[in-house]
Write a protein that binds this ligand. Structure first.
Ligand SMILES: N[C@@H](CC(=O)c1ccccc1NC=O)C(=O)O
Length: 289
């Protein structure tokens, strides 16, 4: 009897440990936020003032800062209200519009040859040929290799003079590609590892205008895109809930299915159920000993 109970406990504990509770690896897609962070050069940058630091005032350790920064700094999101008067402000974006399947479009080679490269409809079709139709609610992000230039302002903006907006050279999305995605697919976010998802030479920002009109949010200065697969990740872009906010830095991350983990929810559910049935049967049988 005691041996049987021991066997039961061992079976149960081993079974529980075999089931991956969270079968994903988390990949941080966020840059450190500080005085070196990239921001749109006509805006205010980033300042930090220490409010409390020490043990004297309250009799225990206290540390607290006051931050003053533009919303468009570092790895950050653009709310639709950034380029659409009646678009969602940060506090109005529903939480279920801030997470979705990652669609990572690699244009590194093209952007290396041409810093004014814009992601084409053909790039999207090539992506779909390799990975299947773009999933609904996608977080569509271009990987241009610009990540490697961060945080050197001159190389990120591709200019000797960051105050001269007309001199910028960095890749972006082509407006025709955005119109094609909006007409034929469904995305929640458009993003880039470069400082803007409109290319550097743009003065009219058509990609910002088109996406904002559809309440599609944006992501800029995204990091570590080489560490996630072109398809199959889930990206969380839960921005700050600032009232009347036009954007803001966020902790952006991807959930990537762990290597070796059984990620089929059906199979996981089935093995969970099977384990419970085995344990219950064993337990009921033991009661009759
Ligand atoms: N989306 C850019 C900022 C940006 O494009 C912008 C910000 C403030 C004023 C004008 C801007 N762009 C052009 O109209 C960024 O977040 O860095």
């Amino acid at each position: 009897m005691d041996i049987c109970k021991l066997v039961f406990v061992i079976c149960f504990a081993t079974g529980i440990h075999c089931i991956p509770l969270f079968p994903y690896d988390l990949v941080d897609l966020t840059r450190n936020l500080g005085p070196d962070s990239i921001y749109y050069p006509i805006l205010g940058g980033y300042e930090k003032v220490i409010e409390f630091q020490g043990s004297k005032e309250f009799g225990h350790w206290v540390f607290s800062n006051m931050l003053k920064m533009t919303e468009h700094v570092g790895t950050h999101m653009d709310a639709p209200s950034h380029f659409n008067k009646v678009g969602w402000n940060m506090h109005q974006i529903p939480i279920n519009k801030m997470v979705g399947p990652g669609v990572i479009v690699n244009v590194k080679e093209k952007a290396r040859k041409n810093p004014d490269y814009r992601v084409s409809i053909n790039d999207m079709k090539e992506w779909e040929e390799k990975y299947g139709k773009m999933p609904d609610g996608a977080m569509v992000i271009m990987n241009s290799g610009w990540d490697a230039k961060y945080p050197d302002k001159n190389s990120v903006y591709g200019t000797k003079n960051v105050s001269d907006l007309k001199s910028f050279h960095h890749p972006g999305w082509h407006e025709d590609t955005i119109s094609w995605i909006i007409a034929n697919r469904h995305m929640l976010f458009i993003g880039t590892d470069a400082p803007s998802f409109d290319y550097g030479q743009s003065s009219t920002y058509p990609v910002h205008v088109l996406t904002s009109r559809e309440n599609i949010c944006g992501l800029e200065n995204v990091a570590n895109l080489d560490r996630i697969p072109p398809s199959g990740s889930i990206i969380s872009a839960a921005g700050m809930k600032t009232v009347e906010g036009s954007g803001g830095p966020l902790r952006l991350y991807a959930m990537v299915p762990s290597a070796g983990a059984n990620n089929s929810s059906v199979t996981n559910g089935t093995s969970n159920l099977l384990l419970i049935v085995i344990c219950l049967t064993l337990f009921i049988k033991l009661q009759h000993f």
